[in-house]
Write a protein that binds this ligand. Sequence first.
Ligand SMILES: Cc1cc2nc3c(=O)[nH]c(=O)nc-3n(C[C@H](O)[C@H](O)[C@H](O)COP(=O)(O)OP(=O)(O)OC[C@H]3O[C@@H](n4cnc5c(N)ncnc54)[C@H](O)[C@@H]3O)c2cc1C
Length: 476
Amino acid sequence: MPPSILWLCRDFRFRDNAAMAAAAAAGPVLPVFLIDRGLRAQGAASRWRIERALRAFDAELRRRHGAAVLVLEGEPEALLPDLTARIGAAALHMNDWPEPGTIAAQQRLGRALAGTPARLVLHPGHLLLHPRALRTGSGGAYRVFTPFARTLRAIGPDRPGGEAPRLAPLADPPQGLALDRLDLAPDLHRGRAVLERHALPAGEAAALARLGDFLDRAGDYAAQRDRPDRDATSGLSESLAVGEIGPRDLWAIATARARADSAAGAGIAAFLTELIWREFAWHLLIAFPRLARQPWRPEWSDFPWRGASGDLTRWQRAETGIALVDAGLREMRVTGRMHNRVRMVAASWLTKHLLTDWRLGLAHFADSLTDWDPASNAMNWQWVAGCGPDAAPFFRIFNPERQAAQFDPQGRYRRRWLLGWQGAEAEEARGYFDSLPPAWQVSRHYAEDGADPTSGRARALAAHAAFRHRVQGSGI
Ligand SMILES: Cc1cc2nc3c(=O)[nH]c(=O)nc-3n(C[C@H](O)[C@H](O)[C@H](O)COP(=O)(O)OP(=O)(O)OC[C@H]3O[C@@H](n4cnc5c(N)ncnc54)[C@H](O)[C@@H]3O)c2cc1C
């Protein structure tokens, strides 16, 4: 039987991996990972996380099947037609990652394969349902979350596939780049050591273990998920972003647990709603790729956002003087993660109090987050900025002091990340200083500088009122 190529992208798992199952059923398999333009354009932290996923997957592939991932550098349309010809492959199987740049790369590859005996076969699995399965009554894409979620729950997600069958490696596979010398993130300026100290274990087994651990405490999720000072959420976003676990599998495992454990039922239902938010973000990005770069509501193109400024730099360096905002930005610098509630507060501070263009914040998150996801990042930034689909209105502005009082009442979260704040000495807070270039000269003793949330809020509201006046009638 002719061999197949398994083009890995964001699917570093063995369960619910339709492309792997199809390739393994057809004959010998050559798993391939490409360092292409699309990957290089991504943020450093996300590439660092992909490298960890790739290493863990390759180790497991060797252990289970005696096969290895072939790593190549270049564009798919330049490399893969030659590779298929060289090994006599009849097909390239790929799990879909419906990100606009990857779709364009798939199209270029499809054209390059025309006239050859090989074809590219795409398999769904990155989402709960096939990307175009959910449509409104008039056949269009949803723009509002609640009816989208209602329809998804009514239809139910697609069933996950099981474990991939035995995979036969190629007898004499081509040689590629050495995985042990690979560095996908040479521009990770905060240093690998900083992220590695706080890294969650990578790989499919670790993701499944994390899910199991989360489900044991999911009963508290609905009540505690907004508390950054508690360990109440799943911590699975990184694994979902790199495909160490598939959302269909996650849904099936979580719903089975909810049926068996009624005490966890409400928490798991809330957790599944968050998974539907992820699905909604992808639904929007696929239907409206402009979501990643342009305001969802076109009239917001004229909003007088500020561009790069000292305020933006201070925000990026976690020196705004607002404790909750700086704690979140330091958490992200040290770990690549940030609690969802704090992401909202930090994004609101940048776009409302500092009136700074949401795209500058989006780019900083894209470079810094290990769970970077183009759809979730864009939808959430637009949601907070007030220009997105189903967004909170612009005039709903988070007050960081009230948010801190409600969600970090004893200051535990802020003490963990802000050295010197109320005498804090936490090891995590020290990690921030290990990540800084000396030129930044950040004081080791954190002080709130008394930035006044009230005046920033007033300035934002005045800018919005003037803007509304200018574009009156557009429904802003
Ligand atoms: C400004 C901003 C930017 C964001 N950027 C990203 C991003 O790049 N990548 C990313 O995965 N999430 C992003 N989020 C959403 C959210 O903050 C993270 O998914 C969440 O913090 C991950 O932690 P968890 O896995 O413990 O979540 P849990 O609470 O355990 O939730 C389970 C899963 O649901 C999904 N989810 C939860 N909240 C959201 C949400 N608001 N929108 C979409 N999906 C959600 C995630 O896949 C998450 O892993 C962003 C939120 C904001 C406000």
